[in-house]
Design a protein. Structure first.
Ligand code: GLN
Ligand code: ZN
Length: 754
């Protein structure tokens, strides 16, 4: 038996990766020093890998993103970047003005850069796999080079494709037909073979190919392509094929692929295991069993895993134990966390600790006494109840259908709300946050570090609220917000206030490039000890006659953007969070707040990879939202969603039963509205984002108008709201004020014209 680990975070224990990149971008570091620093991080990673596991990869130390590295390796540089000239082109592609599109990697919070295929032949441009393999080799390590597999590379890419129509037109889109793949595969395979040859020459015998796209529900012809690909890659290196995030979609075809070893995620669900047990496993291959969870922070119950490994060892002579998916979804190490709730630390395991678990697991499997003792100790610890709250349990158990249903249907509610709010046609509003200036951030840090008192900090926040209310009134917006100046992050803010959720001090994870975030940890039953937003919202409302929106983050988003416990179903956690939010909704209503927005940007993202699991997911996701938004009929409930592909999910969104939704629409020039048009029952008010807040550019009246007119063609004008497409916290005041003025102007003009 061997151990294998992959995807260990490249961030470094002190976020060194982030500093290196950002210093280089600022011009405070030379390319040479950057390279040196990155190499040191790679040596640190290899040192950890080799300390704990038998097999580990090289080639994971990308300067920005591993998909981008693959694109550069095979020479896939879109023509708008001109001649490739090393790092400057690399970073232009990653973060320049016309950078590649960035999108979420499967159902994770990691963002990759989408390769753009223009129909050119591939050829080795920079042999990054070889560079990193020889680097580690030269330092005395013995890694296995790893690459993204050709199929996943193509599946996650976009290509220029001819669009049917009177005139020949080309559009970037996902590859969707056999011909699309056939166009690119032969030259891609040739390049992979060349890469393999070069690695072999440098001493490699094996290669790890990551092919997670094999967990998508693929068509038969796609599996044909996968088979052809692996067949044509044979004969140079032994291939260790790895899949993760879900079960492989066609077990029989998967295990017949001509490779040396096959990897399975045995954590995300039980399908892979069921198939293994039912169908057996080929004698001539090694089985890579992903048993240590790479996506959640819990200490592994090694006793359970040991039992599993016993079973698996009957299926395969050659068992390799591994993490279930890349470890970069985890913070580096739990070591520095010294302020976690009592009893939590010993229940957690971050990336470094997961490596060690693999080692202990192997030792225990081989019968080593020390390891076996540890296995028993962990089991004893983990079988003790933790973080339970009787009260929350009772409340959950007492829920009935009525708790998921507002008292009046939308058609009745809307009449009452109209009377109370008395808003004009095309009401204008924003999504919640206003610029988080340097001043706001340093005051927060000062408060957190005890440099200023709570009194001073609160006074400062009140001044910010006064300012933002005044500005919104001057601009002439109809429904105001308090600006969210007291919030770091829309999830972390609530996590800090809720019981049963912990936040960390150093638990940073890369989401893309040098961008890091700290996911909270939902470890116990969730409850709200006291109001979370009431003070700021009611203060804001006291300053104006116009309605101020109560601003909450929804249950699905809090859950999806946190680590969560595994001893209860996700549905239950979502309901617990929803109940805590409901208490807040009630308090806000009580205090006279008439409009409440509950953001659910992660509603689509939380959906499982496989469509066949969607019904079940959306059922509880919808109910969680309905549970927390069960306000009085006269309270207008808003939700907000962004970065979503709405196309297939409008019917689910509709069932959330809000009164108003705001969505991102500006980047598609309002085309997104089509999805709502196609859903005939649609009768809810909708604020389509009329400009892109990710860009510093100030939108012209004309651009805003175009989007609104597009929307008016398909939706009743009575339903339309006017707003930017997301929160404004990353923008500067100089950008925000003129942009909102233009927006309000367009709304006013339209009111007059109609
Ligand atoms: N209310 C939040 C804000 O304005 C929404 C953020 C989001 O949707 N990502 O910042
Ligand atoms: Zn948003």
């Amino acid at each position: 038996m061997k151990t294998l680990a992959y995807g260990f975070p490249k961030l470094g224990e002190k976020r060194e990766f982030k500093s290196l990149l950002e210093n280089f971008w600022k011009g405070a570091m030379t390319e040479e020093d950057l390279t040196k620093g990155i190499e040191n991080l790679e040596l640190w990673r290899a040192g950890l890998y080799s300390k704990y596991v038998d097999l580990y990869p090289s080639g994971e130390m990308s300067l920005y993103d591993f998909m981008l590295d693959m694109a550069v390796t095979v020479g896939n540089i879109p023509s708008r970047f001109g001649q490739y000239s090393g790092l400057s082109t690399y970073f232009e592609m990653a973060r320049g003005k016309s950078a590649l599109e960035m999108t979420k990697y499967f159902n994770t919070n990691y963002h990759y850069l989408v390769p753009e295929l223009e129909g050119k032949e591939f050829q080795i441009l920079e042999n990054l796999p070889l560079r990193w393999y020889t680097f580690l080799k030269g330092k005395g390590f013995d890694p296995i080079p790893r690459l993204i597999a050709p199929f996943t590379f193509l599946k996650l890419s976009k290509a220029y494709m001819r669009v049917e129509g009177p005139l020949p037109m080309y559009e970037m889109d996902k590859l969707s037909k056999r011909e699309d793949y056939e166009k690119y595969l032969p030259s891609l395979i040739r390049v992979y073979r060349e890469l393999f040859e070069s690695l072999k020459l440098a001493g490699a015998h094996t290669v790890i190919l990551e092919d997670p796209a094999l967990v998508f529900e693929l068509d038969g012809w796609e599996w044909d392509i996968v088979e052809e690909t692996y067949r044509s890659l044979q004969g140079i290196l032994d291939v260790y094929l790895i899949t993760y995030y879900d079960s492989v979609s066609d077990y029989k075809r998967y295990v017949s692929l001509p490779v040396r070893a096959l990897g399975f995620d045995l954590v995300s669900n039980s399908e892979n295991l069921q198939n293994l047990m039912k169908e057996g496993f080929p004698k001539d291959k090694a089985l890579i069993a992903g048993v240590v969870n790479g996506r959640q922070v819990w200490r592994t119950n090694l006793k359970d895993k040991l039992k599993l490994l016993e079973d698996l060892s009957k299926l395969s002579q050659e068992l390799v134990i591994s993490n279930s998916c890349p470890l970069f979804h985890l913070p580096v190490t739990i070591e520095p966390e010294d302020a976690l709730p009592e009893g939590l630390k010993e229940r957690l395991s971050f990336a470094k600790e997961k490596l060690r678990e693999l080692k202990v697991l192997k030792e225990a499997f081989l019968g080593e006494e020390q390891a076996l003792k540890e296995v028993e100790d962990i089991d004893a610890l983990l079988s003790q109840a933790f973080g339970r709250s009787e009260e929350v349990q009772r409340r959950l158990a007492s829920l009935t259908d009525k708790d998921f249903q507002r008292d009046l249907p939308y058609k009745e509610r809307v009449k009452i709300q109209r009377q109370i709010l008395n808003l004009p046609l095309f009401p204008t509003t924003t999504i919640g946050s206003f610029p988080q200036t340097q001043e706001v951030r340093s005051m927060r840090t000062a408060y957190r570090n005890g440099k200023i008192s709570e009194e001073e900090y609160k006074k400062f926040i009140r001044e910010q609220i006064q300012h933002v209310i005044k500005i919104q009134e001057e601009i002439g917006l109809d429904v105001l917000v308090h600006g969210e100046f007291e919030r770091t992050d829309m999830v972390e803010f609530f996590a800090e206030k809720l019981e049963g959720i912990a936040t960390t001090k150093h638990g940073w994870v890369l989401s893309y490039g040098s961008r890091v975030y700290r996911p909270p940890i939902i470890y116990g039953d969730v409850a709200r000890p006291k109001p979370m937003t009431l003070e700021e919202i009611t203060y804001a409302q006291s300053l104006t006659e116009k309605p101020v929106k109560g601003m909450l983050t929804g249950p699905v988003t809090i859950l999806t953007w946190s680590y969560y416990r595994e001893d209860v179903p996700k549905k239950e956690i979502a309901y617990q969070i929803a109940l805590a939010l409901l208490d807040e909704v009630k308090d806000l209503e009580e205090a006279g707040i008439k409009v409440i927005q509950i953001d659910e940007p992660a509603f689509r993202e939380g959906a499982p990879i496989k469509r066949k699991h969607w019904e079940e997911y959306f059922d509880w996701a919808i109910k969680a939202f309905r549970l927390c938004s069960r306000a009085k009929p006269e309270t207008q409930i808003h939700t907000h969603m962004c970065y979503s592909e709405f196309n297939e999910i409008v019917p689910y969104i509709y069932q959330m039963d809000f009164d108003v939704i705001s969505i991102e629409a500006s980047r598609s020039k309002g085309e997104i509205i089509k999805a709502f048009e196609e859903f005939k029952e649609w009768d809810r008010q909708i604020g389509i984002g009329v400009y892109d807040i990710h860009s510093p550019a100030i939108p012209s009246e004309e651009e805003i108008r175009t989007i609104l007119e597009r929307a008016m063609r398909v939706l009743d004008k009575e339903l339309l709201w006017v707003n930017p497409d997301c929160g404004l916290k990353t923008r500067r005041w100089e950008e925000v004020i003129p942009a909102l003025k233009n927006m309000v102007k367009v709304a006013k003009d339209l009111r007059e014209e109609l």
